[in-house]
Write a protein that binds this ligand. Structure first.
Ligand code: BT5
Length: 261
């Protein structure tokens, strides 16, 4: 899709940001390995909370569990935000980030956006965005978190290699979508839900409300093991409670599991 009609300006993005600390500094890369790598290097060197690393193209974009994130150049929003959360908030970041992503997509396009547990944003039951939270720890204490967001704005990869069907905002909306506007919404939503998490706000409730996984039959892959059952609920830590056919209830931890289509 032609991107020239939708120029992306980091200066204009920052001028119009409705945040107090996320996006105070935005670092743009035309091409990099992964915005997670850029953000990590900067965070280790002392980058401030809220600093944003943004790329038009990633040569080694990554998902969870060592998987790849594929995105045609200039088609997507690919960014990482450095956060420095207190320990109890770190565990909520996957909820914060997926909720913020779903909300921002909905604000920008008006399309109803659901979350597939734990952190995929879906449009019409296809994956439009993914979230990756990585951290650096000293013992149990997070030194910093790298919240990575990848949104298929004007194109999405297709093919049998995908774990789950993919789509883009443009494909569902029926017209090109402005990446700059979406980025502004993403950073604004992320800051609001992060603040809610820090002040004990209803992050879990809002995240649970958007989950389309609940009540459905699912197949979960945990390493080499596959488990099938019904996704009964999520607990307070965001674990998925899977009811197996023998009646057992198994909690699945977000970081370790992928659900199949
Ligand atoms: C995710 O992983 O969904 C997290 C993706 C996070 C990407 C962002 S981009 C900015 C930042 N920098 C990075 O390097 N990463 C973050 P996961 O749940 O593991 O899903 C990965 C799987 O989704 C892959 O194995 C593919 O099957 C599929 N996939 C890859 N690219 C996709 C895309 N663009 N759209 C939909 N599905 C995709």
């Amino acid at each position: 899709m032609d991107q020239t009609a939708l120029p992306f300006s980091v200066d204009r993005l920052q001028q119009n940001l409705d945040t107090t600390f996320i996006g105070r500094h935005v670092y743009y890369f035309a091409q990099t390995t992964s915005t997670q790598d850029e953000a990590k290097e900067a965070a280790l060197a002392g980058a401030a909370e809220g600093d944003v690393y943004l790329a038009d193209e990633q040569l080694a974009g990554r998902g969870r569990l060592g998987r790849r994130w594929e995105a045609p150049a200039r088609s997507s929003v690919l960014l990482t935000v450095v956060l420095r959360p207190p320990t109890p908030v770190y565990a909520k970041l996957f909820m914060v980030a997926s909720l913020a992503t779903a909300e921002a997509i909905q604000h920008t396009t008006g399309l109803v956006t659901a979350i597939k547990w734990p952190n995929d944003a879906l449009l019409n039951e296809k994956k439009a965005a993914g979230v990756l939270v990585e951290g650096e720890f000293e013992g149990e204490t997070p030194l910093f978190a790298l919240v990575g967001l990848g949104v298929n704005v004007n194109a999405a990869p297709q093919g049998p290699g995908l774990l789950y069907p993919a789509t883009s905002l443009a494909a569902e909306f029926g017209a090109p979508v402005d990446r700059e506007q979406l980025t502004r919404e993403l950073l604004g939503s992320l800051e609001r839900w992060y603040q809610e998490a820090r002040t004990g706000g209803p992050v879990h409730e809002a995240w649970r409300e958007r989950l389309i996984t609940l009540g459905k039959p699912v197949t979960a892959r945990i390493g080499d093991e596959t488990l099938s059952g019904t996704a009964e609920d999520v607990d307070g830590d965001g674990r998925l409670l899977l009811r197996l056919s023998d009646g057992a209830l198994v909690p699945l931890v977000a970081g370790d599991v992928s659900l199949q289509a």
